[in-house]
Design a protein around this ligand. Structure first.
Ligand SMILES: NC(=O)c1ccc[n+]([C@@H]2O[C@H](COP(=O)([O-])OP(=O)(O)OC[C@H]3O[C@@H](n4cnc5c(N)ncnc54)[C@H](O)[C@@H]3O)[C@@H](O)[C@H]2O)c1
Ligand SMILES: Nc1ncnc2c1ncn2[C@@H]1O[C@H](COP(=O)(O)OP(=O)(O)OP(=O)(O)O)[C@@H](O)[C@H]1O
Length: 280
């Protein structure tokens, strides 16, 4: 089978493990054998550097879902298609398994790419009226309690409109892509991943009528920490954490960037749900 000549350069992001590095070297050699240039990145600062990404046609991530999340966030502004090869555990987002990778890659790269465009969130942390952090996420923005803290009280707004105050273990604002991650464990619905909505899921709410909400992405959601003595954290895609202070506000908007995940032709979202979530 012949790979289409429009692939000039395909970069690789590798998980920081010996197994993933070894696989990435094999992958690079395989791409070179088709006269496709390729560079392997492990360092995140290098991965997001424009010079390194601007001529790349595709980014292949060798790792698990965590590696795919971390890499996709870093390259989202380049609108680069991202394809995951699973060397992790569940591999819900990573499209192909390592043992079938070269056969599947040949198939995927010999046809026009089948891409699933996924919305992202932009979270800003406002402290004392100043924005002290801003980041894009593909799965979720989570405010929750530290291990020994008790209940977290968070007031939630849509634009300037007050929704309610949740008392419980915390709150998750998820994308449809993230609906199958933490939000699912907290009782949220599975949302078709190409939809564009905000999913608001309280974690173990003390008020039993507090149920997950699905909101339009047109107005920001603001979460305000309204109880003084509590020890709470902001977590972005489960990977970057910041301790919060009383009065902090987290504003969540739709990011102007999208993730462009490469899918296997002939495999639909329900095939993935059946395979990964053990449905019949
Ligand atoms: N109780 C929970 O379920 C819980 C707790 C903390 C974080 N998380 C999730 O973990 C995510 C970060 O993933 P990670 O791999 O870096 O952390 P991780 O290694 O701790 O794994 C979390 C698990 O979630 C899976 N996962 C990640 N994104 C997914 C998605 N969109 N759909 C289905 N499964 C998904 C991973 O494969 C892994 O099995 C966070 O965004 C958060 O949603 C879940
Ligand atoms: N090159 C890297 N640089 C920094 N951090 C990395 C790198 N590769 C992976 N990580 C981090 O290591 C963690 C583990 O990686 P990953 O999630 O891909 O593997 P896994 O946990 O085995 O897979 P899965 O998430 O599918 O269960 C991730 O949270 C990710 O943030």
């Amino acid at each position: 089978m012949k790979i289409l000549p429009f692939y000039k350069k395909i970069n690789i992001f590798t998980k920081a493990s010996e197994e993933a590095r070894e696989f990435s070297r094999r992958l690079k050699n395989w791409l070179n054998s088709y006269a496709i240039e390729s560079e392997i990145f492990e360092n995140l600062a290098e991965l997001e550097h424009e010079e390194n990404m601007k001529n790349s046609d595709l980014l292949i991530v060798v790792g698990g879902d965590g590696s795919l999340l971390i890499a996709t966030r870093r390259v989202a502004r380049y609108q680069l298609p991202v394809l995951g090869i699973n060397l992790g555990r569940l591999g819900f987002l990573t499209e192909i398994n390592a043992d079938e990778a070269f056969e599947k890659l040949e198939d995927i790269l010999s046809k026009p790419l089948c891409i699933s465009r996924r919305m992202m969130l932009r979270a800003s942390l406002i402290r004392d009226g100043k924005k002290i952090l801003e980041a894009d996420v593909l799965n979720d923005v989570v405010v929750n309690k530290a291990i020994l803290a008790r209940i977290v009280d968070v007031a939630v707004y849509q634009g300037n409109t007050y929704i309610t105050t949740y008392n419980g273990d915390g709150i998750i604002i998820a994308t449809p892509n993230g609906s199958t991650a933490y939000a699912l464990s907290a009782g949220g619905p599975i949302v078709y991943p190409m939809m564009e909505i905000f999913l608001v899921v309280p974690i173990c709410p003390h008020t039993l009528t507090d149920r997950p909400l699905i909101l339009p992405p047109f107005e920001p959601i603001t979460i305000e920490l309204v109880a003084e003595e509590k020890d709470a954290w902001l977590t972005l895609d489960g990977q970057e954490g910041t301790q919060l202070k009383y009065g902090d506000k987290i504003v969540v908007k739709q990011s102007p960037h999208y993730a462009y995940l490469v899918r296997t032709p002939n495999k639909n979202y329900f095939d993935i749900l059946r395979e990964k979530l053990d449905w019949k």
